[in-house]
Structure formats: structure tokens, C-alpha cells
Design a protein around this ligand. Structure first.
Ligand SMILES: CC(C)(COP(=O)(O)OP(=O)(O)OC[C@H]1O[C@@H](n2cnc3c(N)ncnc32)[C@H](O)[C@@H]1OP(=O)(O)O)[C@@H](O)C(=O)NCCC(=O)NCCS
Length: 84
């Protein structure tokens, strides 16, 4: 599964959750399905598609790099622990 998330009114288009059943991983399915979602975006005239990625999810990072996704310049993720 992989799908495009459109904002209700305006804003960026994102790839929604990409996943493959554990019994069928490692066969190029996630890459193919995510590529298909990018083809749909291109057909619809969407100029950019955003995605995010857990930094420890090596297969997904690899897929995203192969599909042409790159880091967003200037974006820094921050976390403030407030139960200390
Ligand atoms: C991540 C996930 C979608 C991958 O699905 P998949 O169908 O097995 O992926 P593909 O077969 O299309 O591609 C996997 C690629 O990762 C590569 N890979 C696998 N393990 C890797 C590792 N440890 N480091 C780097 N690359 C790795 C494979 O070699 C393959 O690349 P290649 O085709 O260039 O050789 C699947 O593991 C999954 O559903 N995980 C749980 C959900 C999840 O984490 N989704 C991502 C949310 S952002």
C-alpha cells in the first residue's frame, strides 16, 4: 500500500503510509507501488510530493533515495521532553 494524501483546501501533497505484507517483502513491491503514486501525482500536475522517514528505517530510506526524494534544506526536527 502507498497513497497520496491531499490537503482539504491548500498545502503540500504527501505520500501516505507505505507498507508491504511481511510475507512479500524484498521483491520491489513497495518501490513499485510508491513509484505508481508519484506517477499519479505527475499526471495530476502536482509539482512536489513530500514524504517523511524514520531515520532508522534503512529499507524505506533506500527506496526513497532511489525514487529521487532528497532531504528538505533548512528543516530541523526538534523534540522537547516535558516530563523531566
Ligand atoms: C519498508 C517496507 C515498506 C519495504 O517494503 P518492500 O516491499 O520489502 O520494499 P522493496 O522490496 O520495494 O525495497 C526494499 C529495498 O530496501 C533494500 N534494503 C533492505 N534492507 C536494507 C537495509 N538494511 N539497508 C539498506 N537497504 C535495504 C532492499 O535491497 C531493496 O532495495 P533494492 O531493490 O534496491 O535492492 C516494508 O518493510 C514495510 O512494510 N515495513 C513496515 C512499514 C514501514 O516501515 N513503512 C514505512 C513507513 S515510512
Amino acid at each position: 500500500m502507498s497513497y497520496l494524501r491531499f490537503p482539504p483546501v491548500r498545502g503540500a501533497v504527501w505520500t501516505g503510509y507505505t507498507c508491504t505484507h511481511p510475507d512479500h517483502r524484498g521483491r520491489g513491491i513497495a518501490r513499485a507501488v510508491k513509484l505508481q503514486s508519484l506517477a499519479q501525482a505527475a499526471e495530476l500536475g502536482v509539482p512536489f510530493v513530500f514524504t517523511d522517514n524514520d531515520s532508522e528505517n534503512a529499507p524505506m530510506l533506500h527506496i526513497n533515495e532511489r525514487l529521487g526524494y532528497g532531504p528538505r534544506p533548512g528543516l530541523v526536527g526538534l523534540l522537547n521532553r516535558v516530563d523531566k
